[in-house]
Design a binder for this molecule. Structure first.
Ligand SMILES: C[S@@+](CC[C@H](N)C(=O)[O-])C[C@H]1O[C@@H](n2cnc3c(N)ncnc32)[C@H](O)[C@@H]1O
Length: 243
């Protein structure tokens, strides 16, 4: 069970999944811009680093869960797969992603479709690798999502997860807390016009397990050879494992 449930719209009676889908639908036109702007472009480097870890495994078919506008799926092409399938619960995010993929002429190798991490519409042992960037924190039921990711991964296949974590050392912890709590929600609100989305971001990061705690969850799901690699003073971490 995900212990602390942080939702975007506190007055909303819908469940977390419906609220998250609605929130990403709302911010989808501005999502890419805000991502790169608010992270000063570091998010692009983080995705590249994560895919570098996948490359030696030469995965042929990759599943990108919570693909959003497809940036991780596109970055995954560096691992030279024959196919990348991206799934997401937000039709708005997928639409932006589809346009981007069409513009880049990548429709023959990347396909995006509606899909829920907790009920993946694929057979057991189907993908050589499953990747998720900044998605797991948004799952309604983290364990259920990871279990289904495990189910569709081939034995010996790889999982690579990129997610926000928390810097712990002075003065980075203090600077980051101030930026994440005050500056980021303000810019996010002005640009995206969504009152809650960029307040939900620091709140959901704060409540989410990271480091050893997340590695333990991966171990309990059944993954082996699990590892956590902190990036940029621990603002993000890459988690890897093998089925
Ligand atoms: C912060 S975005 C990340 C998008 C992309 N992976 C990236 O790196 O930019 C999180 C995405 O997770 C999706 N998401 C949340 N819960 C999901 C679920 N249960 N199944 C599939 N996608 C989900 C949201 O709709 C959203 O597009």
């Amino acid at each position: 069970m995900n212990k602390v449930e942080v939702v975007p719209y506190k007055e909303d009676k819908n469940n977390k999944k419906a609220q998250v889908a609605k929130m990403f639908d709302n911010i989808s036109p501005k999502y890419d811009f805000l991502n790169h702007f608010l992270s000063l472009g570091i998010d692009i480097y983080w995705r590249k680093r994560a895919i570098k870890l996948l490359k030696p495994h030469k995965p042929s078919h990759i599943l990108d869960v919570a693909t959003g506008t497809g940036d991780f799926a596109i970055a995954a092409l560096k691992a030279k797969p024959t196919k990348v399938t991206g799934v997401d619960i937000s039709a708005g995010m997928l639409e932006v992603g589809k346009q981007k993929i069409k513009k880049k002429g990548l429709e023959n190798v990347i396909s995006l479709e509606l899909g829920d991490s907790e009920k993946l519409a694929f057979e057991d042992n189907y993908f050589d690798a499953v990747i998720v960037s900044f998605g797991v924190r948004n799952f309604e039921n983290l364990e259920k999502g990871l279990q289904d990711i495990y189910r569709v991964t081939k034995p010996g296949g790889k999982v690579v997860i990129l997610e926000f974590s928390k810097p712990t050392s002075f003065p980075f912890k203090q600077i980051y807390s101030f930026y994440f709590k005050y500056i980021l929600p303000l810019i996010g609100k002005i640009v995206s016009k969504d009152q809650a989305a960029y307040t939900y971001l620091p709140e959901s990061v704060h409540a989410f397990p990271y480091g050893k705690e997340f590695v333990n969850i991966l171990n309990n799901t059944g993954f082996n050879h699990t590892k956590c690699i902190p990036l940029t003073f621990g603002i993000s971490s890459i988690y890897t494992g093998t089925k």
